[in-house]
Design a protein around this ligand. Sequence first.
Ligand code: ARG
Length: 603
Amino acid sequence: MNFKLEIAKRISEHLGNVPVSDILPGIEVPPNPEMGDFAFPCFKLSKTLKKSPAIIAEQLSASFANDALLEKAQPAGAYLNFFINKSLYAGEIIKEIIKNGVNYGADNSYSGKRYLVDYSSPNIAKPFHVGHIPTTVIGHALYNVFKFLGCDIISINHLGDWGTQFGKLIVAYKNWGNEADVKKGGVAELMRLYVKFHDEAENNPALNDEARGWLVKMEHGDEEALALWKWFNDISLDEYKNNTYKRLGIDFDYYTGESFYNDKMADVARELKEKNLLKESDGAMIVDLENWGMPPCLILRRDGGTLYPTRDISAALYRKKTFGFDKCLYITCMDQNLHFAQWFKVVELMGNTWAQDLIHIPLGLINFEEGKLSTRKGHVILLDDLLNDAVKKTRDIIEEKNPCLKNKDEIAEMVGMGAVVFSNLYNSRIKDVSFSWERALSFEGESGPYVQYTHARAASILKKASGLCATGAETGGNGESDAQETGSIEASVSPETGGNAAKDFNFSGVDFANLTDEYSREVLSILDAYPQKIKDCAEKFEPFILSRALIELCQAFNKFYNANIVLTEDAAVRNARLALVYCVKTVLEAGLGLLGIKAPDEM
Ligand code: ARG
């Protein structure tokens, strides 16, 4: 039930001649709970009704005297303050969550819309380093959220799989590598060769010319060059798919990288020429953007070779033709702002009104507060190394806090990933991420593990209530672990799922009047606001709106848990509290899932 809307409808009914649409936008949430759950300022009506706002508030309040929706409607000067019937409020929210499970908050706001999201897009043959984490995890979260809201969303990994770096790699391979080592070492060996090339080229600049020569060979279809290129690509992509992305739970609908457009760019150059947009400059071909306050967009190099913008323009035309998208989102670091602004403008100048549906979503950088992290090769921090470190550190924490846990490795993997992913989703995306191990791995602070831990705590309470298991995540607090036996609980246990599913409990007879204390109320109001947070997250392309909502929920839940014994003697109270615990667990699991993080039941 939308309480705000219900109130607006009733006000409109009581007044008789003012439409709901005039009332609804005026209804506010008062700054402090003593003033009620909602407030309606009566100033605006004063003119129409020819009465003072205070009189209107007074008279309206009388019409609400026997309304079951409310505890009371209290006039306060020009305002009418509404106090929602607390058990009705609790019941509405809880029933909704129990009905929908992890799909609570899903709706069809974006159904009928097709979005493309271009994200992650590392440069193959260069190390997959931590600089690509923000786009990878933010892109994935947005993909999930749009899908959840009914969008037909398609993910594309626009791999940097063409360019001079392959020339360099070929030179390095021919000079310092061999087939057996590359087969055995995979990406690590490719990276060794790549780094070696740079070290050697410092003293021998001729190597750079050689590398460029190999790129030209690739561009002219030289068999040997292309075979090596393809081999290096396959090795890298296989490893991303089967290792890095897999660990993060990510897959893409398309891995169409830059090379995919090799045979499509001649058309772009031709069209630009036909439309008189192409100009020569120093032998290169450009689109002049001076009128729009931007430097020219480079289309063709002096030797006729294509460039990054050429590929993006070609990709956009191809995508529009192939997918007919409503929007195409590009998620990259903000140092590419100019690049996107330039080529978006070129697409527009080509006469495509849909250029306005190309959206660049810029991100900040990732920095490391504690300075150096382990790296395999000194030059950059590799994503895989960071993930491995996270898991290792998590494993140590588990060993210390919960040495008897089963599946320690599996859970350390989930929590380690959660730590890294969450820390990239916790602030507005334009802000630089300052990564600190202490913060990322804290079980108490604003971190992934904290949300996962709170989820496990809720799962453990439910498990215990269903009588299956007596150990779990709760370690401190109110002595829940010693709580009395649960003989009289109205729980029927399904052995396969333990305490995980609402169907394990019979919540049908719950008396929601048992959830009107301030701690329950706080939890409920966050659960109530959660569906809107998901929508805001999509609307603003900001996953941090969701991650913060989860943190708030955890904080409120932990307060609730410390103040209220869930597995108490009183069966009615216990069932009501269990229903709330179930809802918190469900929403945490669902929210983490949207962010791309797993929610283990124990940790
Ligand atoms: N490969 C590029 C990089 O690492 C990102 C590509 C982003 N997508 C695009 N369509 N330009 O910087």
